[in-house]
Design a protein. Structure first.
Length: 91
């Protein structure tokens, strides 16, 4: 346990930030899985709707530096690729 008052405050702030970041990451994981389920079910409309939500959450996570911008770009690209691939298979 830190001795100085500033160190105690830093510890509390770090715990609070870590909890918020973890919550954001869990939400991203949930949205990603939901999008993949829609793709597997071949529901193009729902997949695109969930993709938009996922994209928004990824961009917010990047803005608050929870994720790196390249990580966000890679995840969005891979999801969109799967959605497009499922759409072409359907035809």
């Amino acid at each position: 346990m830190p001795g100085k008052k500033a160190s105690k405050k830093d510890l509390l702030q770090n715990k609070k930030r870590a909890a918020l970041n973890k919550e954001k990451k869990l939400n991203l994981k949930f949205l990603h899985k939901k999008c993949l389920r829609a793709v597997e079910a071949k529901d193009q409309k729902q997949a695109l709707d969930v993709y938009r939500q996922t994209q928004k959450a990824l961009d917010k996570a990047t803005k608050t530096k929870v994720l790196h911008k390249n990580t966000t770009a890679r995840r969005k690209s891979r999801l969109m690729k799967k959605i497009n691939h499922a759409a072409t298979e359907k035809k």
